[in-house]
Design a protein around this ligand. Sequence first.
Ligand code: GDP
Length: 466
Amino acid sequence: GFKVAIIGRPNVGKSTLFNRLVGKKLALVDDTPGVTRDRRVHAAKLYDLHFDVIDTAGFEDTAASTLPGRMRQQTEIAIREADLIFFTVDAKSGLLPDDRTFAEVVRKSGKPVVLVANKAEARGAQGGMLEAWELGLGEPIPVSAEHGQGMPDLRDAVVEALGEERAFGEDEEEEDGDEVAASEVLIGEDIADPDAEASYDDTKPLRIAVVGRPNAGKSTLINALIGEERLLTGPEAGITRDSISVDWDWRGRRIKLFDTAGMRRKSKVQEKLEKLSVQDGLRAIRFAEIVIIVLDATIPFEKQDLQIADLITREGRAPVIAFNKWDLIDNPQELLAELREKTERLLPQVRGIQAVTVSAETGRGLDKLMESVIKTHKVWNSRVSTGKLNRWLEGILAHHPPPAVAGRRLKIKYVTQAKTRPPGFVVSCSRPDAMPQSYVRYLTNSLREAFDMPGVPIRMALRTSD
Ligand code: GDP
């Protein structure tokens, strides 16, 4: 199992979330001093995930109960003991300076984080949700700890943050026996995701990050894209000093571009790039919805390029490839065919990926690149109704049903789309463990085709249909 610490400033709803995860009665029991001493963790359950939640409140001693003292304590405990941090903010009230200070500490710790935007059911929480992005801790997960909403997404976010292996890994040690069993988590409805509606919302800024190996032309590309327009818009008010993003717009579409500090000034660029760590790259990817991978078309694909693409898809972001320096290529047709073939073969997890030839130097192809970004973003946001999915499934079951394993035919009952950004589906079936990976891949590819979802990662989860 793994350990989770719920961290955040006072009043964001940490205890409510704690109670929701471990079952209400426990928190009361633990109010008794002395009892808490040795019972520092509590068994918790979130659907198929079993883990421990660290009772950070139990560590608070009154001497340090000033706000900074408490925060420091909580953070220290989390960093020391937790495998995963639920950094909790209040979407209703929006961010306060404490949230930002604190997020910085959590981010620097390098521990996996799920950003929980609590009170998301409240009117006006949408603003707080957007604001939460600024923390640089990835996608805020809207929940209502009080009403038990958003728990499916929280579950998915945990799996994403930890990876399947750790999320579902076996306990190394036996349960203590004196641990109180978790009550069933009360599961409410999913919070309606405004991005998931049938119509695509193009009023919110689209977040882009640009990644690639040194000298691929990232800075040149960014400068070419933004040009002088960024001088017109300027850095966002309020976060000028430590700005992580540049606002800009392309044909009236608002864009937020991840700004790996100093990327604008040419002289600073080389210096900075040397220092750019994997963490920075990961941060950029997590910030973004769409990640442009800049490749130097004069240099063949390398393992590193594929690793970046793989990382992007594992993080659930959608990649778009820019084959840069196309002005230097003298056999464009042949090379393009070759590169397309390679991309499709090497990146099957994002079949149909958008790949555009550009010259950051001359500006050629940049409009096409942006069109591809927006197209991919739409796919990434797309939702398929349960009705359509199950009509599709009928056809699949009629023509290419799951195989029999050990003499028993595997059955699929239904498919639903559990999430968007990226699209994620739940397949309800008789024996998830027995379902061959090859068949899951077949389902994914077929679904991608049927509903026209090229170039984005697609999540497929199998659940028992009892
Ligand atoms: P970064 O390290 O990825 O940010 O790469 P830079 O933007 O610093 O570019 C590396 C070098 O490639 C510079 O000398 C650029 O002038 C050059 N470069 C970038 N894009 C192009 C392009 O489209 N065509 C040509 N010919 N050169 C380019």
